[in-house]
Design a protein around this ligand. Structure first.
Ligand code: OAD
Length: 236
């Protein structure tokens, strides 16, 4: 961990990529780990354009459950430590999460690669609607002939262009890349950690090994809420 702290102290630019694991200690399930969504449910049904076309109510029911879980969740010490790190170094945080917990912890420079579950988007006229406690199922069909869907990225879809371009640029320019709580299996997001910058010091924080671990300069086998406050605290 000392090598990472040294690298962060000397860094001009830091890039952080997070995934569902950083929110695990806020009580939110991951996708692929024990208790993860994709252990019991099929992502083709719930997180793809084809699944939505087949059964939009089923998809919205699942997202409404997640919206409720996000509303009950609070940022954990891992989220807060990254917000604190941004006050000390020039940092860009790209997240695959749609739970808003980074912003709620105070992070400012956040790129939401997989969208934002606080909004619904009409698939035809692109009208956006802020979602309150839940999206009303009787309002899925829009007057324009389209359907409101969650404003998130599904399998087979492109990432929002601005977020992707800004994340790719920040990853390429970084001296230190921190990869926290992601299995690094979903592309293109995972490429930000490994394929864009051979010069950066890359550190992974994850209690389990991932496909990326072998290519990191340092792997910290701890949870985000354990490791990040220690790292950021030690920089003072
Ligand atoms: P995954 O569920 O694939 O991976 C979560 C990672 O977090 C695993 O490697 C765990 O070991 C790790 N983890 C678990 N608890 C942790 C903790 N307390 N601290 C740190 N790490 C912990 O989730 P993602 O990599 O985010 O996309 O998945 C990527 C994308 O796949 C998601 O954005 C979502 C999903 O399908 C879409 O729905 C499009």
């Amino acid at each position: 961990m000392d090598r990472l702290i040294e690298a962060l102290r000397g860094a001009h630019r830091v890039f952080v990529l997070t995934g569902a694991g950083i929110s695990a200690e806020s009580g939110l399930p991951t996708f692929r780990g024990a208790g993860g969504y994709w252990r019991e449910r099929r992502f083709e049904e719930l997180a793809s354009p084809e699944g939505f076309a087949r059964d939009p109510r089923l998809v919205w029911e699942w997202y409404n459950e997640r919206i409720a879980a996000y509303a009950d969740a609070r940022p954990n010490p891992g989220h807060f430590a990254l917000a604190e790190l941004e006050r000390r170094v020039t940092l860009t945080l790209a997240t695959q999460n749609v739970d808003s917990l980074h912003r709620r912890a105070g992070s400012q420079n956040v790129l939401e690669l997989h969208g934002d579950l606080r909004e619904a988007l009409c698939s035809q006229c692109r009208e956006r609607r802020t979602i309150g406690a839940a999206f009303p199922l009787d309002e899925i069909e829009h007057a324009c002939g389209g359907r409101f869907r969650p404003n998130v990225v599904w399998f087979g879809e492109s990432l929002p262009q601005h977020a992707w371009n800004a994340a790719a640029e920040a990853a390429s320019a970084a001296d230190v890349i921190l990869v926290v709580g992601t299995s690094a299996q979903v592309y293109p997001a995972a490429a930000l950690a490994s394929d864009m910058n051979e010069r950066a010091f890359v550190a992974e924080i994850n209690p389990d090994a991932t496909g990326l671990s072998g290519r990191c300069d340092l792997t910290i086998r701890a949870t985000a809420a354990q490791a990040l406050p220690r790292i950021v605290g030690a920089m003072a």
